[in-house]
Design a protein around this ligand. Structure first.
Ligand code: HEC
Ligand code: HEC
Ligand code: HEC
Ligand code: HEC
Length: 402
């Protein structure tokens, strides 16, 4: 029988047919937890119920509390997650990297156009490099001089995570982190999973050949969870995807919260520096002065949400953050406008002059008209991002002040 070539072939074919079933029996699972395009958004502003989702403290809290159920997993950031290159932006980026370190990211990509100075600067001796080391973030980059990949082991799976589109490795499970738009990455071959950080929202992953493509939810509003099933050879046999919302109900990680509080304090002292040299002799007077002649309007205004706008920031611990203060006070950043609750308390909240314009001229001569207030004035603060439900007619009715 051993000499019968016919039988040999039959046995071989039979075994080959059986293989997928054997493989199926040894199915492996890997959860790929991914972020990308966070753009320095450490936490949501909470301006509207539609903008209360996300934030690194909740992300960390979610992962910490569900770690066992998520295992085996890799936690990756697909890039474009640092903030802009400004003094406050750099503080944000530092807080973000610190948080990534606490969460134990397996890899984070720092891609070519992400930092205005170029990522080569960032990873090899620039601003980011010492921070990345300080917080222990496994950084990879698509710039030639930098480290482009990391390898991790999860159960039987050897995983190669790379930022170099040509850097896939035979015999490993390959994940590419990229900033390119999804339409462009479709043609890149050799990868099991591609995680993009172009800021595109893909409700479900896109497949191209045998590659599964996902894209980090903008501003870190949700955590992407791609569950991959592989056969004994590490070949993808199926996947499931879901977006984990990060709403108010998710308990924050207190360690990351500490990092965010520290960030708020640093931003406040940054502002302290800038405050020196601000003159108080500007064109804004504050609502108390207006009330001398327009008391009924003052009474009406006090019943609107605008009168509580600064308290809302204090409650959120953000009353010293320029990025919040600018819409919750009068004339922030302008000559003689609000600078801080301590130095210019009379200009806190969305007062009269936030809409009607500075009143100095008008008070010395009533015939000098105040600025007409139309919808465009509201839209300076009621942006689509911060006030997605804004509608001039219905909103105006709510703030009528006489
Ligand atoms: C571009 C202007 C703008 C910026 C910047 C901004 N806000 Fe707001 N905020 C608004 C507007 C407008 C509303 C009211 C939205 C609505 O009701 O439609 C609001 C509402 C809020 C509320 C809800 C108030 C309440 O009493 O319910 C909170 C809290 C808040 N903002 C916090 C923040 C924080 C924290 C930041 C900074 C991270 C921030 N805002 C930045 C414009 C802004
Ligand atoms: C959120 C923006 C906003 C704020 C804040 C605001 N107003 Fe007004 N105010 C308006 C709008 C809009 C109108 C009606 C349109 C107009 O006449 O310009 C108006 C109308 C008025 C008028 C009547 C104008 C007229 O021609 O009849 C007076 C007076 C006035 N406001 C005074 C005040 C005073 C005083 C305060 C502060 C206590 C204040 N407003 C706060 C937006 C605002
Ligand atoms: C000393 C009294 C006085 C003070 C203070 C004063 N106003 Fe007036 N305001 C007037 C008078 C009087 C008129 C009516 C002028 C007219 O009809 O020509 C007027 C008109 C207005 C109008 C409607 C007509 C226009 O010119 O646009 C607005 C809006 C207004 N004031 C807002 C303010 C605001 C905001 C402040 C605070 C920054 C303020 N006023 C402070 C006396 C005052
Ligand atoms: C300088 C920034 C700014 C401008 C200008 C502004 N708003 Fe607001 N508005 C806010 C902020 C901040 C809040 C949230 C305040 C809070 O509830 O704590 C808010 C809240 C509101 C609310 C919800 C609170 C309530 O009283 O029901 C309405 C309605 C509203 N604004 C209408 C308007 C309209 C209409 C205009 C233009 C005439 C306008 N706003 C101009 C910043 C602004």
């Amino acid at each position: 029988m051993s000499g019968n070539p016919f039988l040999k072939t039959a046995v071989l074919i039979f075994s080959l047919l059986l293989l997928p079933f054997i493989a199926y029996g040894q199915d492996n699972t890997l959860n790929i937890l991914y972020t990308g395009a966070v753009r320095g958004e450490l936490e949501p502003c909470g301006c509207s119920p539609k903008t209360e989702s996300g934030g690194v403290a909740r992300l960390s809290g979610y992962i910490a509390r569900n770690r066992e159920g998520l295992r085996p997993y890799v936690l990756i950031d697909a890039g474009n997650s640092t903030a802009e290159d400004t003094p406050q932006g750099r503080l944000k980026t530092e807080a973000l990297l610190n948080s990534f370190g606490i969460m134990g990211y397996d890899a984070a990509a720092f891609l070519e156009p992400a930092s205005p100075r170029g990522v080569h600067d960032a990873l090899t001796g620039g601003d980011l490099s010492p921070l990345i080391e300080k917080y222990g973030v496994p950084a990879i980059s698509d710039y030639a001089r930098d480290r482009s990949s990391v390898s991790v082991l999860r159960g039987p799976l050897r995983i190669n995570i790379s930022a170099d589109p040509k850097g896939y490795k035979k015999g490993m499970f390959n994940i590419l982190l990229t900033g390119k738009p999804v339409s462009e990455v479709r043609t890149i071959e050799g990868w099991d999973v591609i995680a993009a950080s172009s800021g595109e929202i893909l409700e479900q992953p896109v497949t191209a050949g045998k590659t599964v493509i996902v894209s980090g939810y903008p501003k870190g509003e949700k955590l992407g969870i791609l569950t991959i099933h592989t056969d004994v050879f590490g070949v993808v046999s199926g996947f499931v995807h879901r977006w984990q919302p990060l709403g108010k109900d998710i308990e924050e990680d207190s360690n990351v919260r500490d990092v965010l509080n520290e960030y708020d304090r640093k931003v406040a002292s940054l502002v302290d520096e800038e405050e020196k040299g601000i003159s108080s002799n500007g064109p804004y007077l504050g609502g108390l002065i207006c009330a001398v002649c327009h008391q009924p309007f003052m009474d009406g205004w006090k019943n609107t949400g605008h009168a509580g706008a600064f308290a809302a920031l204090e409650k959120a611990g953000k009353s010293r953050d320029p990025e919040c203060v600018k819409c919750h006070t009068v004339g922030y950043g302008e000559e003689g406008g609000f600078s801080s609750g301590a130095t210019t308390p009379g200009l806190a909240n969305v007062q009269c002059e936030a809409c009607h314009g500075p009143g100095k001229g008008h008070v010395s001569d009533f015939t000098m008209p105040m600025r007409p207030v139309g919808e465009e004035v509201c839209l300076r603060c009621h942006t689509r991002e911060n006030s997605p439900d804004f509608d001039f007619k219905t909103y105006f009715e709510k703030i009528r002040h006489k």
